[in-house]
Design a protein around this ligand. Structure first.
Ligand SMILES: Nc1nc2c(c(=O)[nH]1)N[C@H]1C(S)=C(S)[C@@H](COP(=O)(O)OP(=O)(O)OC[C@H]3O[C@@H](n4cnc5c(=O)[nH]c(N)nc54)[C@H](O)[C@@H]3O)O[C@H]1N2
Ligand SMILES: Nc1nc2c(c(=O)[nH]1)N[C@H]1C(S)=C(S)[C@@H](COP(=O)(O)OP(=O)(O)OC[C@H]3O[C@@H](n4cnc5c(=O)[nH]c(N)nc54)[C@H](O)[C@@H]3O)O[C@H]1N2
Ligand code: SF4
Ligand SMILES: [Mo]
Length: 715
């Protein structure tokens, strides 16, 4: 029995909820027939009655035979897991953490969270790390996802919200520019919004080195050279300035720093930009004309331009373009980034980054620290200051090996970390690794302890979608007997480590604390309550009072929460590439996603209907490149970079760049994209260069079957 009263709506009135996967958070309904759970789309503004293949199949995970049903402990590194009771597991975990902390110091324990975690979990995990463990070492997988966009948004607009306008604005704008995103595969229901835009006779442009499904549907495709987005954005601004198509009055009244941007533009003249981006001067001119002749424009970025060693610079250059055209704060206009994970937006607001406290409060700011310390009833001095990001922890692991234990909740860093041989080295130096997951991910498989977590339908939670809209996902089913929610796990651990108060296992109490913790902060949730959400109110942050619905459109008043109240331009100089193709490694290799698998595919690989569609990762290349190298479509290709080798089936594409190859990053036998990627990262956001490195390919002469069906995971 819980000591806390569960004021939560313990079971939903109906089975209406949201998809567990991406940031679009499509509205769904779960229907139970016997032991089967069927998912149906429902009408919700982000998905308009549509869902993608991942959403349709998510119900199969609930009673999946691979679900983790008991705690697992590896008592000896050389041995396999043994099933354990919760008492033994929590006891051992607490003892290990206490011993490591006493021996190596608080910061030797790294807490690694996730944008898959609900607001309540992200908040409680952040509080647990800082109060119970007292560690400054806390980060989350959004470091690999949203960090470049977050940083650029904070710098330029003073606030980190992915979209500052509702998703429906996409249908109502007159020109849509999609940069380095492939939403027709990664957020398929977004297509319905774009179709509405098309029905109104409007235009959309896609900027991507590959001829993706998204690019195939667009009116114009700019086949950009990988890594050169900031050059393109600067080049477009150069043309718009020269043709006097920028909004001088908006710039004068609402921004600072444009002069520096102008001074920096001189080296981005059209022929130079053509040479550096691969976009012809004609197409550049045509795109600039479109930008100059429309007043309602939305520019959206995705991971393509953000996951670069100069990702922040790329995003800033598109924000510059948006500000110069006066788009930000005008209805049906604006700049936005497409937040990837289900709660990628909320998790970063709740304090999973070491430099950020709940509500996007700054962990450097005395007043913010004081506010949170008071709420948490601790002395401000004991609240850890910002520590290392996961990128830095990996970078430093070889040098001082200061991380000795790691708690992973909702991520699979062994597969998702760039140049992952270094993460493997970090793991091998750990004295204790504990992973909370519902399935045995690759990271869980090498852990010392695995704690089985409930699935999304088995717990009540809130998430914040890509629009900054807060959603309630009610508990619909009971979890299997010996499975606990992540909140219960944190609660039990905190209690065992001496914190009987302050870590309740029920989401309602935690959300009530989130309301207080974020009151008056940039991401203010004070006015949001479970009851308002359960009654279907449409609520966005900041929502400072119970009478407010929050801000659906963030900047309509043209007030930007920066020091001057104005948006800031940042000049973006030419950024060198971290690895250029050369005679030995003549191609760009970029990595990303495909329609049927979600992230590292821990869950989607176990869904037969998805797995059958794409059982192995492929390498996409221009058909003529493949033919020239004697590669046959569907046959294996050896892919090599300076860091590693992988084997992928060849897939030919007709219109992508000749110099660019693509592989998805979910793993397979002898195919791990992150054994190929670079260790380099953005100095401002610590985002790795997932989207760019140099590679070579060759046809494989060995029998083709040798790479098939070897994956040991149950499929
Ligand atoms: N099916 C599916 N959907 C998902 C996910 C999934 O794993 N699978 N994951 C979710 C998450 S967490 C995220 S972050 C989102 C990501 O969603 P997206 O950003 O749409 O996906 P990516 O495939 O990572 O990258 C998008 C595109 O960037 C292009 N690109 C590569 N380099 C460059 C460059 O230098 N410039 C430009 N302009 N483009 C470049 C790639 O060719 C690719 O088509 O998807 C979410 N939705
Ligand atoms: N090469 C390359 N690498 C990349 C990228 C790329 O484009 N290219 N993209 C990056 C991006 S954008 C992202 S977001 C990351 C994703 O990287 P990760 O987050 O490391 O990968 P996921 O597959 O999402 O792992 C999530 C794990 O958490 C579990 N899980 C899901 N929900 C919960 C929950 O509520 N509680 C618990 N306890 N567990 C849960 C799932 O079962 C799964 O095992 O990868 C990054 N890595
Ligand atoms: S688009 Fe995203 S939220 Fe919608 S069904 Fe697919 S994975 Fe789920
Ligand atoms: Mo992501």
């Amino acid at each position: 029995m819980h000591k806390y009263m569960i004021k939560d709506i313990s079971y939903a009135y109906n089975a209406y909820t949201h998809c567990p996967f991406c940031g679009l958070q499509c509205g769904i309904e779960i229907i139970q027939t016997g032991k089967e759970f069927e998912i149906k789309p429902r009408n919700f503004p982000t998905n308009k009655g549509q869902i993608c293949a991942k959403g349709w199949n998510a119900g199969t995970l609930i009673n999946h035979p691979d679900r983790l049903l008991n705690p697992l402990i590896r008592f000896d590194k050389k041995e396999g897991f043994k099933i354990s009771s919760w008492n033994t597991a929590i006891d051992l975990c607490a003892k290990k953490l206490s011993r490591i902390r006493a021996q190596w110091g608080n910061d030797s324990i790294f807490v690694y969270g996730s944008g898959s975690l609900s607001n309540e979990k992200a908040y409680l995990l952040g509080k647990f790390a800082r109060i119970v463990l007292g560690t400054a070492s806390i980060d989350y997988n959004g470091r690999y996802c949203m960090s470049s966009a977050s940083k650029a948004l904070e710098m330029a607009l003073g606030i980190d919200r992915g979209l500052s306008f509702p998703i429906e604005s996409i249908a109502q704008t007159d020109l849509l520019i999609v940069v380095g995103a492939n939403p027709l595969e990664t957020m398929p229901p977004l297509k319905s919004h774009i179709e509405e835009l098309k029905k109104r006779g409007k235009i959309w442009v896609v900027i991507d080195p590959r001829f993706t499904l998204t690019a195939q549907h667009a009116d114009i495709h700019l086949k950009i050279k990988p890594g050169s987005d900031h050059i393109l954005a600067n080049g477009l601004l150069w043309l718009l300035v020269h043709q006097n198509k920028i909004d001088w009055s908006y710039i004068r009244n609402n921004t600072t720093g444009f002069e520096e941007v102008l001074n920096n533009l001189y080296s981005f003249w059209p022929s130079q930009v053509e040479a550096l981006t691969g976009i012809s001067q004609d197409l550049l001119q045509k795109t600039a004309e479109l930008l100059g002749s429309h007043s309602n424009i939305i520019i959206l970025t995705g991971r393509g331009c953000e996951q670069q060693a100069h990702g922040v610079a790329n995003v800033l250059s598109y924000i510059n373009l948006s500000l110069a055209l006066g788009l930000i704060g005008k209805p049906y206009c604006g700049f936005g980034t497409l937040t990837g994970q289900g709660n990628g937006q909320g998790a970063r607001e709740m304090g999973l980054k070491s430099n950020q406290l709940p509500g996007c409060r700054s962990n450097w700011d005395f007043k913010d620290r004081n506010f949170i310390a008071k709420l948490w009833q601790i002395d401000q001095e004991t609240l850890p200051l910002p520590g290392n990001t996961i990128t830095e922890a990996i970078e430093n692991s070889g040098k001082n090996g200061s991380i000795k234990a790691m708690i992973v909740m909702g991520a699979n860093p062994l597969i998702s970390s760039a140049h992952n041989s270094r993460l493997k080295a970090l793991f091998s130096s750990l004295e204790f690794l504990v992973v909370c997951d519902s399935f045995l991910s690759e990271t869980a498989a090498v852990a010392d302890m695995v704690l089985p977590s409930a699935l999304w339908a088995e717990e009540t939670a809130t998430v914040t979608n890509l629009e900054g809209r807060i959603l309630l996902r009610p508990k619909i089913l009971a979890a299997p007997t010996n499975v606990k929610t992540d909140l219960e796990i944190i609660h039990l651990l905190a209690e065992k480590l001496g914190f009987a108060q302050g870590f309740p296992p029920d989401p309602y109490s935690i959300f009530e604390e989130i309301r207080r913790a974020t009151a008056g902060a940039p991401a203010d949730y004070y006015g949001i309550t479970y009851s308002r959400l359960a009654h279907g109110e449409e609520l966005y942050w900041p929502c400072p009072s119970l009478l407010s619905q929050g801000q659906k459109e963030l900047f309509l008043s043209k007030h930007f929460p920066t020091e001057t109240g104005k948006a800031r331009f940042y000049p973006v100089a030419l950024q060198p590439l971290v690895e250029e193709p050369d005679s030995k490694y003549p191609f760009f290799l970029t990595t990303g996603r495909t329609l049927y698998h979600y992230q590292t595919a821990v869950q989607t690989r176990r869904l037969p209907k998805l797995h059958q569609k794409e059982p192995t990762p492929f390498i996409e290349m221009h058909a003529s490149v493949g033919r020239q190298l004697g590669i046959k479509e569907g046959h294996y290709v050896k892919v090599e970079t300076r860091r590693g080798v992988g084997y992928y089936k060849a897939k030919f594409s007709s219109k992508q760049r000749l110099d660019t190859l693509f592989v998805p990053f979910y793993p397979h036998e002898k195919a791990e994209a992150n054994s190929l990627t670079l260790p380099n990262f953005d100095p401002l956001s610590y985002m790795p260069s997932f989207k760019l490195c140099a590679a070579r390919i060759e046809a494989v002469s060995e029998p083709q079957q040798q790479f098939d069906n070897k994956k040991k995971d149950k499929q």
